[in-house]
Ligand binder design. Structure first.
Ligand SMILES: [Cu+2]
Length: 491
């Protein structure tokens, strides 16, 4: 691919064109020649998405499809991507989970330039680390439920490792996503599935007192978001191609929760998942579990040994959501008939299943304390979210950094949740290590999103090894859009 880039430069030299000449082409859209010079072209464009026969939605997509095309990169091998924005709105395309520079990370808060409306941007970066990542819009949606990640702007990225992470026969990528969001005054988000489940009394008292005071003043509950349609790989359960398998196969599932706001679960009756990677990073202790849980933006790579022939539903545990499409049929060769669902036994999701218990994490150079709180319905009916009492300005722009890093140091974030919501917490441009989950010490699990339960405290550590402005936020669109963000910088 580097050769193609070279030949393009050669072309410019020999024809006497300056790179700046491109600025005068109509609307900055690339010509076929320009597109050939990039490894990938991503077009941000409104398009119909057929989630079931005669059930067609319109949404902003990548390359007119949902999910966006799987982009396969190679660990450490530079790529050039053309991003063409055919919409009326300036866009940000974020490379979630990658250790790249703020200039290309795709976050206006970090200073990444926008891809202008009806314009384009060509970026070059070196993909890393290996594993399952993804790309998605990083625009603020606010009250506009067609914008940001409520849209179809989500696609998987797989960065091929130098060595394969496990023995398997083939890979299947699954993107979980809801459509047609609406605002409501109450949610039905699952709460009681995380382990360890210990909560903090002070956080509970603080959060409950704040909520009581707000409701006492006559405030309604802040808005939540619900959805009409649920899909896997853009198709409602029963309306897409089944996953076709053969007995004895080992299938590696790469699963991405591409939701704007929801936590998802998955089970496959009579089969178990051997989890080999979380958020694309190999786990120290691959372990077998009957159920997967994924917070917004989390990914799981898991191998399933196909050893129970039949036609099954790989689906969400929530009957209502599965009934409205959150599932996909898995069909063994030479089997047919109606797909079967069997409700799994109660199971708690525990990240520490995938670690080796003996090791402890090294001490940090510095610890930052962060308390997350909710101001019920405080922002035009939406909950306002604060970190240490401060809501991030709601303008999708850079603000002064609240936390300052020195390159090479190890930092611990002690995150305290004074609300009853589960927050999928995300750090840009770095991976972090889980070091304490609700009072239980752990180590060795590297992630870029972690679910923090209601009134719980977690500690995560990271090494400041990627200088530049770095965004930290809750990945729940409704939370990040209404204040739940902050910035780190390097001094
Ligand atoms: Cu949140």
């Amino acid at each position: 691919m580097a050769r193609l880039v070279e030949s393009r430069r050669e072309f410019l030299r020999t024809t006497g064109l300056a790179a700046g000449a491109l600025l005068f082409s109509p609307q900055n859209v690339f010509s076929a020649q320009d597109e050939a010079a990039a490894d990938y072209t991503v077009r941000i464009k409104a398009a119909p998405i057929e989630i079931a026969p005669n059930q067609i939605l319109s949404s902003v997509t990548y390359n007119s499809q949902f999910p966006g095309p799987l982009l396969r990169f190679k660990d450490g091998q530079q790529v050039t991507v053309n991003i063409i924005n055919e919409t009326d709105t300036p866009e940000q395309l974020h490379w979630h989970g990658q250790k790249i520079s703020a200039d290309v990370d795709g976050s206006a808060e970090e200073g990444t330039p926008y891809i202008p409306a009806h314009g384009q941007r060509r970026i070059t970066f070196t993909p890393k680390p290996a594993g399952l990542r993804f790309y998605h819009t990083h625009n603020r949606a606010g009250a506009d439920l067609s914008a940001g990640q409520y849209s179809g702007q989500v696609g998987p990225v797989y960065i091929e490792p130098k060595e394969n992470p496990g023995r398997y026969d083939r890979e299947v990528f699954l993107v979980l996503k809801e459509f047609e969001p609406t605002l409501s005054r109450g949610g039905d988000m699952p709460q009681d599935f995380l382990s360890p489940s210990a909560t903090d009394n002070i956080l509970r008292e603080t959060g409950e007192a704040a909520m009581k005071a707000s409701l006492g003043k006559g405030m309604p509950h802040g808005y939540e978001v619900g959805y009409k349609f649920f899909t896997i790989n853009g198709r409602m359960l029963g309306h897409g191609e089944p996953i076709r398998v053969k007995q004895g196969e080992r299938v590696l599932f790469h699963i991405l929760n591409g939701s704007a706001t929801e936590i998802r679960s998955l089970a496959l009756p009579n089969h178990v998942f051997e989890v080999i990677a979380l958020d694309g990073n190999p786990v120290p202790n691959p372990a077998r579990v009957p159920v997967l849980w994924l917070g917004t933006a989390e990914r799981i790579s898991a191998i399933v040994e196909m050893n129970h022939p039949g036609v099954w539903i790989l689906g969400d545990l929530a009957d209502d959501d599965r009934g409205h499409g959150m599932g996909i049929v898995l069909e063994y060769a030479n089997r047919s008939g109606r797909p079967h669902w069997v409700k799994p036994k109660p199971f708690r999701w525990d990240y520490t299943n995938f670690t080796k218990s003996s090791a402890t994490a090294p001490a940090p150079d510095e610890t930052f304390d962060m308390t997350f709180a909710k101001d019920n319905a405080a922002e035009e009916g939406f909950n306002r979210w604060t970190i240490n009492g401060v809501a991030y300005p709601m303008n999708n722009e850079m603000a002064p950094a609240s936390f300052h890093l020195k390159e090479g140091k190890r930092y611990r974030l002690r995150m305290r949740n004074a609300s009853d919501d589960i927050h999928p917490i995300h750090l840009h441009r770095h991976s972090f290590e889980l070091t304490n989950l609700a009072g239980t010490k752990t180590s060795g699990i590297m992630k870029d999103v972690v679910m923090l339960g209601g009134y719980q405290q977690h500690e995560i550590d990271f090494i400041a090894d990627n200088p530049g402005v770095t965004l930290f936020h809750c990945h729940q669109q409704l939370h990040m859009d209404f204040g739940f963000m902050t910035l780190f910088d390097y001094t």
